[in-house]
Design a protein around this ligand. Structure first.
Ligand SMILES: Cc1cc2nc3c(=O)[nH]c(=O)nc-3n(C[C@H](O)[C@H](O)[C@H](O)COP(=O)(O)O)c2cc1C
Length: 346
């Protein structure tokens, strides 16, 4: 198809972040044209997946038309909310959004590793900030699928102020999201992952929940690189103070990628993360009944099915979209629907 033969080779010749900007720009342009979302859904085949009713499910009192969502990081500032459901996603997660605007790390900070079907990024929470994102979401039509907002932390926020910073970010955005995710697992903000420790994490969640008058579901996103006992402790905090978990973020491990990447700072996503994220998901499932969103290395229906079988209630992808293109979600949905017990026979 045109995408594989022309568009992707062109994009892959560009610097990875530049390619992302081109794709985002094209999607934003389509979103601004009346009928643009419909045209995209027809082009990607996503409009044909409306019949996959057997894949719909309900969590946190929200109706998910299908279990395949967009992972955080693709649409950090919520610019593409009106158009992304046209790729077939059953839910979106925007962000990470920080309280104050910040530029993130110096470029280059996003790299493709095509031979491993992986990405390495050290974006460092480039964000327009919570107020700008809230204004944008308020001015847009309501998202057609459940919308998650992932909360990050400014680089210069001292750890002691993390609970109040997360709570303030949450308060600014609370009216605009259906669920929220506390990101304490990006490897690209120094010290952030230390906030996964029991006392620190509990303090953050308690302060957010105190501000959570509307009772929005709040989830915690975990790293796949923790020692098992630390991971378990974080799951226990979620059990007590949160409504779910996102497992997992990128890894600082370099398994499955060429040794030349060892010296590059950042988190690896995509195929090399798959088994690690899968194992973390299983570990979490064995320890909590909370809804779990499985993410990391999902690129096909088989990958998604495996993560759902491991105990995920919903799944997400980012890197799989970069390598699979605009029809990736549709392919996953059709594959999943073939096996769904209630598949309606098409
Ligand atoms: C370029 C890039 C930026 C990301 N930014 C964020 C982010 O801001 N917040 C977050 O929670 N996760 C972020 N992630 C992590 C993804 O949400 C996801 O957890 C990870 O990439 C594993 O999924 P994948 O293998 O499907 O990409 C980012 C990932 C990539 C590749």
């Amino acid at each position: 198809m045109l995408y594989e033969s022309v568009v992707q080779p062109w994009l892959f010749r560009l610097d990875a972040e530049r390619a992302h900007e081109e794709v985002s720009g094209a999607l934003a342009l389509l979103a601004s044209i009346p009928g643009g979302a419909h045209a995209l859904a027809a082009l990607t085949g996503a409009s044909e997946t409306g019949w996959v009713t057997a894949l719909g499910r309900e969590f946190f009192g929200l109706r998910f038309p299908n279990p395949v969502g967009l992972a955080a990081g693709f649409d950090k500032d919520g610019r593409l909310v009106p158009i992304l459901p046209a790729l077939g996603f059953g839910f979106l997660e925007i962000g990470s959004v920080t309280l104050e605007p910040q530029p993130g790390n110096p470029k280059p900070r996003l790299f493709r590793i095509p031979e491993s079907h992986a990405l390495l990024n050290r974006m460092g929470f480039n964000s327009e900030g919570a107020r700008a994102v809230a204004r944008r979401l308020a001015s847009q039509e309501k998202c057609k699928v459940p919308l998650g907002i992932n909360l990050g932390l400014n680089k210069d926020t001292p750890p002691a102020q993390a609970p109040s910073a997360y709570a303030r970010t949450f308060r600014i955005l609370a009216a605009h999201g259906d669920y929220f995710v506390v990101n304490v697992s990006s490897p690209n903000t120094p010290g952030l992952r230390d906030l996964q420790k029991t006392a620190e994490l509990a303090a953050i969640l308690q302060e957010i929940q105190a501000a959570n008058a509307a009772q929005k579901p709040v989830l915690i996103k975990l790293s796949p690189d923790q020692a098992p006992e630390d991971f378990d402790a974080a799951v226990a905090v979620a059990d007590k103070f949160a409504q779910g978990l996102v497992v997992s973020n990128t890894t600082i491990a370099r398994e499955g990628v060429d040794a030349s990447w060892a010296a590059q700072a950042g988190g690896v996503s995509g195929a090399p993360l798959k088994d690690r994220a899968d194992a973390c998901l299983r570990r979490a499932r064995a320890r909590t009944k909370l809804p779990l969103i499985g993410v990391g290395g999902i690129a096909s229906a088989e990958d998604a099915r495996q993560r759902l079988d491991a105990g995920a209630d919903l799944v997400q992808l980012y890197t799989g979209l970069v390598y699979g293109g605009p029809r990736a979600v549709r392919e996953i949905l059709i594959g999943l629907a073939r096996e769904a017990p209630l598949f309606n026979g098409r």
